[in-house]
Design a protein around this ligand. Structure first.
Ligand code: GLN
Length: 259
């Protein structure tokens, strides 16, 4: 069994170790006998969304967002179709912003976005920086089946931990649900306690870190969704996540105590 994971613009969208998310997805595939096929696609290169299982868009500065926007826009139609068809997407910070209708920089320049998700971002006057803990909503964990995903034992903490560094403040349109509620940190805009977004199998978030090594719950959710979409058996072999969960829980405990 193979899963194809695509890192789009790896040379431009890769802040604060974002590439570690790809390594984590690949490792958790390999540990289960699933062969990860990793594709890196940058400006001007061909991209086949049809053969793809997971698309990864990392974070990038305003400058980098400006550089890639034209190339990204020419992929809009196909990406929109793929998303409606259940493509699993993880988009971090700058990549997350680009899925929305625009990003307005602090100098007032409006960088257009793909407009696939009903969200928009305006740079604030101060950067939103620091560690983040969010409590996940049940809707975030939905895999399209009645039962909870096999890789999520009852006792698993339903939180995500990560690190944010952005000036953009993102607002979600009415029909969109955030990934969760901010317990520590700023999240989408520092105002409404919302963090990230889930739309179909698209996960947008401000959390770097990299995000996935510290949050195996989310990593396995992405893998399960990719398998379900392909019509394959989505039950993932359980892994020994004691270290990962310890790292996660240590951060949650430390940050909540400091609050
Ligand atoms: N340029 C965006 C901002 O500062 C994204 C930054 C990022 O990806 N870390 O809001």
């Amino acid at each position: 069994m193979k899963l194809t994971i695509c890192h789009l613009y790896p040379d431009l969208l890769d802040l604060y170790g974002d590439r570690g998310n790809i390594l984590t997805l690949a490792a958790r595939c390999r540990w289960r006998g699933i062969e990860p096929v990793i594709r890196q696609v940058s400006l001007g290169e061909d991209l086949d969304f049809k053969g793809m299982d997971i698309l990864f868009l990392g974070g990038g500065s305003d400058r980098e967002q400006g550089i890639l926007v034209q190339d990204l826009m020419r992929r809009e139609h196909e990406l929109r179709l793929a998303i409606e068809n259940g493509l699993v997407v993880l988009a971090i910070c700058g990549g997350y912003q680009m899925l929305g209708s625009y990003y307005q920089t602090a100098s007032g320049e409006k960088i257009p976005g793909l407009g696939i998700l009903d969200l928009w971002t305006t740079a604030g006057t101060k950067r939103l920086i620091g560690n983040v803990v969010i409590e996940l909503y049940g809707s975030t964990l939905f895999v399209g089946q009645d039962k909870a995903p096999s890789s999520q034992p009852e006792q698993t903490l339903k939180t995500l931990v990560g690190f944010e560094n952005h000036s953009g403040k993102t607002q979600l349109g009415q029909g969109l649900k955030p990934l969760g509620k901010v317990l520590i940190g700023h999240g989408n805009n520092g105002e409404d306690q919302a963090e990230g977004v889930r739309y179909r199998n698209v996960f947008g978030t401000y959390l770097h870190g990299p995000l996935l090594p510290k949050n195996p719950l989310l990593t396995d959710l992405l893998l399960e969704l990719a398998l379900v979409r392909r019509g394959l058996d989505s039950r993932l072999t359980e892994l020994d996540d004691r270290l990962e969960n310890l790292a996660h829980e240590a951060m949650v405990a430390r940050l909540l105590k400091q609050a």
